[in-house]
Design a protein around this ligand. Sequence first.
Ligand code: SAM
Length: 289
Amino acid sequence: MTHEFGGPWTQKKLEILQDYLLAYCTALKNKGLTLHYADAFAGTGSIRNYKQKEGEQSLFPFPLEDLKGSVVTALETRPSFHRYHFNDLNQDHVDALEKLKAQHSRKSITVSSADANEFVTRFCRRLGRYDRAVLFVDPYNTELDWSTLDVVAKSGKIDLWLLFPLSVLLRMTPRDGAKIIPEWEPTINRLLGTSQWKQALYKPKPQPPQQDLFDESQENPLLERVNPEELQAWVKGRLEEIFSFVAPPVMLKNRNAPLYSFIFAVSNRDQRAWGLARKIAEGVLKKHA
Ligand SMILES: C[S@@+](CC[C@H](N)C(=O)[O-])C[C@H]1O[C@@H](n2cnc3c(N)ncnc32)[C@H](O)[C@@H]1O
């Protein structure tokens, strides 16, 4: 089954993931560790990708080609992972994942259909002393709770590639602070793991010089949201509070509009381990800069 979504940014994200998986398995093979690949939003294994025509004005891109999805990318990595864990909430996608599992009957593959937060939490709980994992978290939207990232960070065994939904967050946090929709606040709190985001993301709008001593706007300055780069930097900072290392995020865009932040984070507390992961990730990110 082909899964239709994405655009040029999809290919970039998958190429970065592919290069990281290859370097990770190469560096950790023969170390007496069990290497796991876990995909919380696994899809179907293949993607009908979309691309804008050169000079195209239409808002609707046309299909470009079928790409290998993240799970096939992981299955084809050599040296191989020892175990694969694929999860998706959509039953048609789960059926496609089961077919892939049957086609790779020699590999140890577990397919599940839980909500991603539940899947990740359960996966982290089961990791033993000699287990190490790469976790790919690739949601469409705001499905991932910050509390789940806390669980990943505490595992100490996971390297995380996270697609953070920057454009959705930008839409939910309008530039003009007076236009924040209260109904969206619980979703933002859950996504960011704090209710303090307004203080961090909204700053007083620069005002023209004061004309009137009794001007009320001096007491209640208009608030303006920070720009997308500052917002992304703030999210990175939040991740740095819980992970040992967080790489500079890659901002994935569509025709200059920010869509997602692709972020790498390491949970291992051992400096040699996260130093190695950092070195690998920095090499991969430099290649795709
Ligand atoms: C962007 S696609 C994943 C693409 C995939 N990583 C790939 O590269 O082929 C997001 C997937 O998440 C699934 N999904 C949506 N909400 C979910 C949730 N709460 N928990 C688990 N999966 C979910 C969708 O069915 C969809 O297959």
